[in-house]
Write a protein that binds this ligand. Structure first.
Ligand code: NAP
Length: 220
């Protein structure tokens, strides 16, 4: 299986790339937006493409050749305005979903926000609202895409050392999770077809990630 990581230079993305690179039976292609990022990956023997999420779908699709699955972990981050929230977190995500459809890449794992329900939009503080709206509609686009999707809703991300232990449920109480552990959840999720068409919240917990992903049961 070859996995395209969108947002591969991000804090979660770098963990995902490293873990996929080290994993047996899986290969990785990193999608980054700067040539020096691409060069550094290529020097480490990691397949990498340089494509900006503000490019059109035809250009984004160039990253999808020989790809079996996509992990989307890009984001505009906290230091840009609502304009980039729309162009990256919403439209960037939608373009990668459409590129997957056009390229015939069925499996797609989305890093969403913890709670992207309409209720969460209404409850969000003013400055955070555009981000929750963007993630709400990106998630919804993916659900309706016909792709073999899984949507992962992590709690507040930390840079703590990963514990390799999490709690995965349809809904959990808000909590923290390390970026390394989120990456491990993504790497396991993309290889577990029973999670196709499913979504879950995840925070740090007491169950080994491999087991938590394998045994997660959806109520409906
Ligand atoms: P991050 O470090 O900010 O990484 C985001 C990545 O997206 C960066 O590598 C960035 O590229 C890339 N990106 C931004 N604009 C782009 C563009 N135009 N074209 C291509 N790539 C672009 O974020 P993170 O900490 O890894 O988190 C991953 C995602 O988790 C977040 O984006 C967020 O949606 C989600 N999340 C966050 C939290 C939280 O508590 N913070 C909680 C739940 C979910 P550069 O490296 O070049 O800047």
């Amino acid at each position: 299986m070859k996995v395209l990581v969108v947002g591969a230079n991000g804090q979660v993305g770098q963990h995902v790339v490293d873990q996929l690179h080290a994993a047996p039976n899986v290969t990785v292609r990193a999608m980054v937006r700067k040539e020096d990022q691409q060069k550094a990956l290529l020097q480490r023997g990691i397949d990498a493409v340089c494509i900006d999420l503000e490019d059109d779908i035809a250009n984004i699709k160039r990253a999808y050749q020989d790809i079996d699955a996509v992990i989307f972990t890009a984001g505009s981050g906290p230091n840009t305005g609502a304009d980039k929230t729309v162009t990256i977190d919403l439209d960037g995500a939608v373009k990668t979903i459409e590129a997957a459809r056009q390229a015939g890449v069925k499996r797609y794992v989305m890093v969403s926000s913890f709670d992207t329900t309409r209720k969460a939009i209404q409850a969000a503080p003013e400055g955070f609202k555009p981000y929750v709206i963007a993630k709400h509609f990106a998630d919804d686009w993916l659900r309706r895409s016909g792709l073999d999707y899984t949507i992962v809703h992590p709690g507040r991300l930390t840079n703590d050392e990963g514990t390799n232990q999490v709690q995965i449920e349809e809904t959990v109480d808000a909590g923290d999770i390390s970026r390394g552990d989120v990456a491990t959840v993504l790497v396991e999720t993309v290889q577990n077809d029973h999670l196709i068409g499913r979504e879950f919240q995840v925070i740090g917990g007491k169950t080994a990630i491999k087991d938590a992903v394998k045994t997660f049961k959806y109520s409906v």
